[in-house]
Design a protein around this ligand. Structure first.
Ligand code: PYC
Length: 403
């Protein structure tokens, strides 16, 4: 392991943008930087990461930091579990303090139907060796003693899907750690560099146009989350994606009350307590399509109402701040990952609300695809082609927010 006290804390923004790179990555979020990191580990260092804002200014810095792998489909469960396993080792791998709290994850069930759905998910998880099981109110009480389990609640809690390996991690640190690792390996990171167009010759992208000039590229990866369909359109690739906002907020710090992630699919909330004591809370995806990242009063009212049913102690807690992020949603709520109909234009898109937890495995598998030209088995089910071959992977309702 590297000596913590002798490595630079951060990456270096590069002043010069070269006229050509072997690989150009559009998007300096967790996926773009993770791919750059794993590429340099595989010996591919002539790589530029182009970010229109500052690194981590998109979805990577706007999520609620939840990690888990208790997905509904075998394809999804295997894929996110591989990501969680990489997250387990990531602080050591990057020699960066990522504040990973493996505190466990509870998805509450408030109806017979929800209990049935959770039992199904537990079975898919178990078959894929993922630690996840259905538990009753007594065990829930032990895991979350401060949470109300009142039978008089609007939605009384009947049980929960318990996923011990889930947790929360410091999202900015994940971005910074990947950025520093990629930078140390020779990758160039260019914040403040917006891609405005692409030049194409037949089935290849030859160059990307940026606000700092045109850059020739051997391979181009689009990792722009909510902006994915716009980036892909520059390459002439149509993605079946709609973009919606997802809103979240944090309270002022309060004393330690909650040491597990709580999700309620019926109430459309997910709640955790950060290491600083803030309650971090999010709601469901807004049903309208937009690129305007604005909060709504309705979001705050609904979220507060549901959170207070579970945690009435927070009645006087003040909201510190709220924010919104963009979610690129595919028809089956699974990602669109890997090759496109262009021979050198690859994508990481369609993440909806699941993108952050997939960052390490996305980086690793896309780096492998770029380096070898072969699609790793783990991401083959998520190819763009599936929408033409009718082989969808439905993760609908595998979160509190995606239905
Ligand atoms: O799928 O775990 C999840 C999630 C949390 C917040 C948004 N999505």
């Amino acid at each position: 392991m590297r000596d913590l006290f002798r490595t630079r804390r951060m990456w270096r923004p590069r002043s010069e943008l070269k006229r050509s790179y072997e690989v150009v990555i559009i998007g300096g979020g967790a996926h773009g930087l993770a791919t750059a990191y794993y590429l340099q580990k595989m010996g591919i260092t002539d790589v530029a990461v182009l970010e229109k804002g500052y690194i981590g200014s998109g979805a990577a810095g706007r999520n609620t930091t939840i990690l888990r792998s208790n997905y509904k489909t075998p394809e999804g469960a295997r894929f996110y579990d591989a990501s969680l396993k990489l997250y387990d080792q990531l602080a050591v791998e990057l020699s960066f303090n990522l504040l990973f709290s493996k505190c466990g994850h509870l998805t509450l069930a408030h109806s017979d139907r929800a209990m049935f759905v959770m039992a199904n998910r537990a079975e898919v998880n178990r078959l894929n060796r993922i630690d996840s099981r259905l538990i009753g109110p007594e065990e829930i009480k032990q895991l979350a003693p401060a949470m109300s389990l009142s039978p008089d609640a609007t939605y009384p809690v009947m049980g929960a899907l318990y996923h011990p390996p889930g947790g929360i991690i410091r999202h900015d640190a994940v971005v910074w750690g990947f950025a520093r690792g990629a930078d140390e390996g020779g990758v160039e990171i260019h914040p403040g560099t917006e891609v405005t167009g692409m030049q194409r010759d037949g089935d290849r992208i030859t160059a990307v146009q940026t606000t700092r000039g045109t850059v020739a590229a051997g391979t181009v990866l689009s990792a722009t989350a909510g902006w994915s369909s716009l980036t892909a359109a520059m390459a002439g690739v149509a993605l079946p994606i709609t973009t919606h906002i997802l809103q979240a907020c944090v309270t002022e710090p309060v004393k330690p009350l909650l040491d597990v992630v709580i999700v309620s699919s019926q109430m459309h909330v997910y709640i955790s307590q950060s290491d600083r004591g803030e309650f971090v809370m999010g709601a469901e995806i807004e049903p309208w399509t937009t690129y305007r990242m604005l909060n709504t009063l309705n979001f705050l009212q609904e979220l507060a109402r549901h959170t207070l049913e579970l945690f009435p102690q927070l009645e006087h807690a003040r909201m510190l701040r709220a924010w919104a992020g963009l979610c690129d949603i595919s028809p089956d709520y699974s990602p669109i990952l890997g090759a496109t109909e262009l021979s050198n234009f690859h994508i990481s898109a369609g993440w909806g609300t699941y993108g952050f937890k997939a960052a390490p495995i996305v980086g690793k598998t896309l780096a492998e695809l770029i380096a070898t030209g072969r699609t790793p088995d783990l991401i083959a089910p998520f190819a763009l082609e599936r929408f033409y071959t009718d082989s969808l992977v439905s993760e609908l309702a595998a979160a509190a927010v995606s239905h």
